[in-house]
Structures are given as C-alpha cells and as structure tokens.
Design a protein around this ligand. Structure first.
Ligand SMILES: [Fe+2]
Length: 361
C-alpha cells in the first residue's frame, strides 16, 4: 500500500517529577524545552512538556506527562526505548557525559551494524543515542553538549512485543512500513521516503510480562506518526477500520496538531498527527519556545486553578530568550484569541473542569 505516514512525529512518555524530567532532558540529553502546556484530557492538571532539537522539528519531539501520582509498570506491549541520532564518533562523549550525570548506561552496543548507547532517565525510561552520518537537522546545544556531538532528532523507537506477527502486519498493512531486516531479537521496519525518523525496531521479548497501558511514572505512553493533512487522518482511520482495527479514536484538537489514536495489536498505543498552521510557533516566538506555561484557549479561563495544582518548575537558563531576541507573547486571554483556523474536518476537544477538589497530594 502507499503509506500515509511520513515519519515519527513525537514520542510520549510518563516520567515522575516535573523538575526532575526537565533537568534530565535539558542537561543530560541536551534537548530544548520547546513547550510547556498541560494534558488536554481529564480534569486533573498534568504538565505536558515538549522537548526537541534546535528548530523544534517534527520527528525530534519527546513529550512528557510528569505523572508522579502513581508508578507504571514497564514491560512488553510498550515503547521501550526512544532513539536519537548523533554524529558518527560522538558515542564516547555520551558515555562520559552520562557518567558525569550519574545516569545508568548500557555501554556501547551494536545492532544492524550501528553503534548505540542506552541511558536511563531517573524515572526508569530508556533512551539511546545512535550514530548516523547523514542527519543534517539543527541540534540544540548546551554548555556541556556541543554541536559536534548533540542529538539531531529521532532515529526512531524500539517497541517491545512478545510476539511480532500481528504487530508486523499492523506496521506493514495498516501504516505502510516495509520490513528491512532482522538482527537477533530486533525486527526493523521503515517508512518509505527520505529523511530521518522513519525507523521502528520491534524488540521481540516472548518472556517479558506486559507493561501497564495507562499513565504511570516510568513508562512510555505512545508513539505518534505524522501524516500530511487532516484528510489523511480521516483516510488513515478508514484504513484501520477496513482492516478490523475498529477502536480508532475521533480526531482530537491538540492545538499544535490534530490527533487520532488506535491501540495496535502488540499493545502499543499509536497516534497519527496532522500539523496545523504555525505548529509549535503559533503561540510563542521562535526564541521564546518553552519559556512560559501556555494553555489552549479553551483552558485559559481556568489558568489560576491549573497553575495552583502544578509543581513549580524552573526553566533552564539555556531556554530563556537571549538579549535582543523577540520576547514571549502574552498568554491568550479567553474570548480575545484570534479566530482559529477552521479545520477541514470535525475535530474535538475536551472541556475540563480543573476545580481545587481534584487536587491530590
Ligand atoms: Fe501524542
């Protein structure tokens, strides 16, 4: 089939503490905090952080719900590792860098003929840096992570499955990936096309107990793939349904993109996204990305209740606007926002009630 999928759009994870997560992503992984917002479902304010490369490119964005309310259980049926590309020769730097920050790491490993190194987030999440010669995306740099070693964006992701057969059918028949090889327990799939972020490795672990599916600290929640338009989202949903994946969601308004979700047969939640005009730049100047808490317009009237229930955080100095660059815009006030771009298809959003009654310790 022709694939509607273009590449990985984002990978969504559940760490624990908010500041702990910001510190790991920015200082240890050297990512740019691109956006601070909140979960757009349910009635409890949960931060939603987006981290990415220098340009906040689609395909570099890890999004995190710091969910310290309860632990999750890592296991099969989950995304087990988030993979970033780094320049060839950068692995020794990363080994030293992880050690400097006290992050557990795997030592240098190899699969499909390429070196990689895995490290563990304090909440238990796994990340890897993979050497890749041809990735020209703009990295974010920090005082410790310079341009010659910094991550460029996603190589892809590793998904743990007990049995690869139905998950393989899903990737090939429903998403249009092609299988490109097997290396031990790893089965590699690639979206046709050019550019980075088109790889998924199924890690076959027949004996591994299933992981939890809901939000829970220390577990991955889902992987999202980009499609070109809202119409492509609708068409992808039709592909799912004609193949018998009948629990695909409606198309949801995530403010920065539109989303549609389905639970894949191996257990991993898979989202497809279509970008909206402006994307991550629609409510912040490029220099100011990630420097203040932004809410979708339909949450703005509850800003006070939301903020009162969130862990205070400090934005890393490196994410603050530099002198002479454009300041952050004022948050949009309910009722004063610019008319929204009219989506080409019906999209839904959830009108939450963030009362103080929802607060927990
Ligand atoms: Fe998502």
């Amino acid at each position: 089939m022709n694939s509607l999928i273009q590449s990985v759009h984002h990978i969504t994870l559940c760490p624990g503490g908010a500041q702990q997560d910001i510190d790991f992503f920015t200082k240890v992984l050297g990512q740019r905090l691109v956006k601070q917002t909140v979960l757009m479902d349910g009635n409890i304010p949960i931060y939603h952080f987006y981290y990415g490369n220098g340009d906040a490119d689609v395909g570099s964005i890890a999004t995190c719900f710091p969910y310290s309310r309860k632990p999750g259980r890592a296991g099969s049926g989950q995304l087990s590792c988030t993979s970033y590309t780094v320049p060839v020769g950068a692995i020794p730097f990363w080994k030293e860098h992880f050690e400097r920050h006290g992050a557990d790491h795997s030592g240098v490993q190899e699969r499909f003929g390429t070196k990689y190194l895995r490290a563990r987030h304090p909440a238990g999440l796994l990340f890897e840096v993979i050497e890749e010669r041809s990735d020209t995306r703009t990295p974010w740099t920090t005082t410790q992570v310079s341009k010659d070693v910094a991550t460029r964006g996603f190589f892809g992701a590793v998904l743990s499955v007990r049995d690869p057969r139905e998950q393989e059918s899903f990737f090939v028949d429903a998403l249009g990936f092609r299988k490109v090889g097997v290396d031990g327990p790893y089965h590699r799939f690639e979206v046709p096309g050019t550019g980075p972020g088109r790889i998924v490795d199924l890690h076959v672990e027949p004996e591994r107990s299933p992981g939890s599916w809901g939000f829970g600290a220390g577990t991955a929640h889902h992987i999202a793939f980009n499609v070109e338009t809202d119409e492509a989202l609708v068409n992808q949903k039709a592909v799912y349904e004609e193949l018998g994946y009948t629990d695909a969601s409606e198309v949801k308004d995530r403010f920065y993109f539109h989303s549609m979700y389905v639970r894949s047969p191996g257990g991993i939640l898979v989202e497809c996204t279509a970008n909206v005009p402006g994307g991550f730049y629609k409510d912040e100047a490029p220099e100011a990305l990630g420097t203040s808490l932004l809410l979708p317009p339909w949450f703005e009237d509850q800003r006070e209740a939301i903020v009162s229930q969130l862990e205070p955080i400090t934005v890393p100095e490196e994410n603050r606007p530099k002198p002479g660059t454009t300041p952050a815009p004022q948050p949009v006030v309910a009722g004063q926002q610019k008319p929204a771009e009219e989506p080409a298809i019906p999209v839904s959003h959830y009108k939450a009630k963030f009362g103080a009654d929802n607060q927990t310790t």
